[in-house]
Structures are given as C-alpha cells and as structure tokens.
Design a protein around this ligand. Structure first.
Ligand code: APR
Length: 225
C-alpha cells in the first residue's frame, strides 16, 4: 500500500513538546502574530529568535516517543511505502529513524537567509545580528514557515496524497490550511488518529481516539500483520 501520514503537534506532545491550540498550548501563551509571522519578525526579530531558540532547546532536550518509533518501524519494514508529511518543525521523526519525511512547515534545526535564500544547519542559539554564511547579510531567520507564507513542497505533497491508498492524519487539529485540506485530496482510504476529534474528523472514513503513543503503535502493529 502507498501510505501518506500527516503528523501534527499531537504526535510530539508526549515527548514534552507543547501543542499550539490545546488548553495549555503555545498559542495560549504567545500571540502568533508576534512570533509566527514575517511582520512580527520585522518588528522584533530578537523576540522571535528567543521564541525559536527556546523551542529548539526544548526539542534537543526531548526525544522521539513510541508513536514516532512505530512510524519508523513501519517504513523500515518495507511492507508498505510510507511517506510522512509533517507540520512539525521538530526533528523527532528523523531521530526515530524515519527517512521519507517532508517538513511542510520547515525545521527548527535549519536556518534561512531572508536576503539570499541560503539554508544551513541552525546553531543552538540564533541572534538577529548573525550574518548569513553565504552572503554575509545579517538577515538570518529560523527556516520555519510562518502564517502568511506558503508551506514547502505542496506540489509534491498533493501528488503523494492523491496517489495514496491510505491517508492517515495523526495529532493535528485540522485548523491550519493547506494541511487541513489534504484529506479532501485523498482518493483512497482515510483515517484520523487523535486524542479527540479534530475539526475535520467527519471528513475521514475511519477515526480512532487516544494518546498517540497508544493508538499509533496499535495501528502500525495491524499494518504489519
Ligand atoms: N496524542 C494524540 N493527539 C494529541 C495528543 C496526544 N497525546 N495531545 C494533543 N493531541 C491533538 C489535539 O487533540 C489536537 O487535535 O493534537 C492536536 C494539536 O493541534 P494543534 O495544537 O493545532 O497543532 P497542529 O495541528 O500541529 O497545528 C498546525 O499550526 O501554528 C501552527 O505551524 C503550526 O504546524 C502548526 C500548525
């Protein structure tokens, strides 16, 4: 089977990385207009770097959980062809051993030059004055996709979802587009795995609810049998 798995913050919640829209989520503590838009970055780049520096540190101090490991196991088994499309900027899928991972919202561990478009591995701590290693302009930003920007690899992702036999969304609230609309492009089976029904739960052919560390290994176990 060709399987596309879309993951969101819920898959990393039990690794200790906060989600965005749950009761104690990041967007209840920070105004996303300040820390997750190009306009916010132009107004106060130090504040934005501080926010992502803290998230990068949090990510480095955490590790993949049973859900990330189960998806890596599924890919490695070669029983199916699996692609993970993640909205997460953490690197927990990679650290679990997944290889076919597309980061549609960018990556915390990468830096991007707003002046020349160069990308490189982000240092642990980034500052507004950091010069780009390619063009030397101090326009360094985290390589994350902010609100108002276009997610990465959308053509590739749309084609993969349209050609999939099974599309599975894990731990995403389905509040943010275009990720939330991918289920509508799927022609095959669709499954939602989440703690509780997402905004688009009814668009899925099947749904299972529970913590990712339980429902994901359970589902992977079934796919491998
Ligand atoms: N197991 C499974 N699902 C969980 C768990 C858990 N332990 N904990 C929370 N969830 C679910 C919530 O029920 C919710 O549906 O994870 C989802 C988290 O939703 P959001 O916080 O909105 O995260 P996400 O869908 O990834 O957000 C999308 O919004 O701000 C942006 O760019 C950011 O990529 C992010 C995008």
């Amino acid at each position: 089977m060709k399987i596309v798995v879309l993951t969101g913050a819920g898959i990393s919640a039990e690794s200790g990385l906060g989600t965005f829209r749950d009761v104690d989520g990041l967007w209840t503590k920070y105004d996303l207009n300040d820390v997750a838009t190009p306009e916010g970055f132009a107004r106060d780049p130090a504040l934005v770097h501080d926010f992502y520096n803290a998230r990068r540190r949090n990510c480095q101090e955490s590790g993949p959980n049973a859900a990330h490991h189960a998806l890596a196991r599924l890919e490695k088994s070669k029983a199916h062809v699996l692609t993970i499309v993640t909205q997460n900027v953490d690197d927990l899928h990679e650290r679990a051993g997944s290889q076919a991972v597309i980061h549609m919202h960018g990556q915390l561990m990468r830096a991007l030059c707003a002046a020349c478009g160069a990308r490189w591995d982000a240092p642990a701590v980034m500052h507004p004055a950091d010069p780009c290693p390619t063009c030397a302009v101090p326009a360094t930003r985290p390589d994350v996709v902010w609100f108002g920007e276009i997610p990465y690899a959308m053509d590739e992702i749309s084609a993969l979802v349209a050609a999939s036999d099974l599309f599975v969304a894990i731990g995403t609230s389905a509040e943010v587009y275009p990720a939330a609309g991918l289920v509508e492009m799927a022609q095959g089976e669709t499954l939602e795995l989440n703690l509780k029904p997402s905004a688009r739960a009814n668009s899925f052919g099947a749904r299972r609810f529970g913590p990712a560390t339980e429902v994901v290994p359970e589902w992977v176990g079934e796919m491998l049998n």
